[in-house]
Unconditional design. Structure first.
Length: 160
């Protein structure tokens, strides 16, 4: 009896318990359905959040891949330009070596021409090489120019 009294006391004080059992059962069913809808909405929101998280991770991975690709492309471009510069340097070195060789050949040719001219002057003056050096050392006159007067013929236009 005490349980019935307690229940009757609760029914009298709580407005929810004052409803008939049929209404309470429909209310329970409605709340369960609403709870299931909220649970499904929550599950859907969680799935959307998980999907967005996955998409965000994919975007981050794609961005990192793009940065790595750009970096790799930048390194490839740097390698390309470094190779181009090294080829240009090699070509410049070849050109410089060729220019140096040509200058050396020109200097050798000029030295040979000057030797032939000096030999011709000695022959013209009628002196031998050794005699010309002795006479040049003995009779050298400096006229302020780069030419030294010949000790044999006195001509200031040639040097031995």
């Amino acid at each position: 009896m005490s349980v019935d009294l307690t229940r009757s006391n609760m029914l009298s004080t709580d407005p929810m318990y004052n409803k008939p059992i049929g209404l309470l059962q429909t209310e329970i069913l409605r709340l369960r359905e609403e709870n299931e809808k909220l649970a499904m909405a929550n599950h859907s929101a969680n799935a959307q959040n998980e999907g967005l998280h996955i998409i965000n991770q994919l975007v981050k991975v794609d961005a990192e891949h793009g940065r790595l690709r750009d970096r790799h492309a930048g390194l490839a471009v740097d390698d390309f330009w470094a190779e181009q510069l090294s080829e240009e340097r090699a070509q410049r070195d070849v050109i410089r070596l060729e220019a140096f060789r040509l200058r050396a050949e020109l200097a050798a040719t000029q030295a040979l021409l000057e030797k032939e001219r000096a030999d011709a002057r000695r022959t013209e003056c009628g002196v031998g090489r050794r005699e010309a050096w002795f006479r040049l050392a003995r009779d050298m006159k400096d006229d302020g120019n780069l030419f030294v007067s010949c000790g044999v013929c006195g001509d200031g236009k040639h040097i031995f």
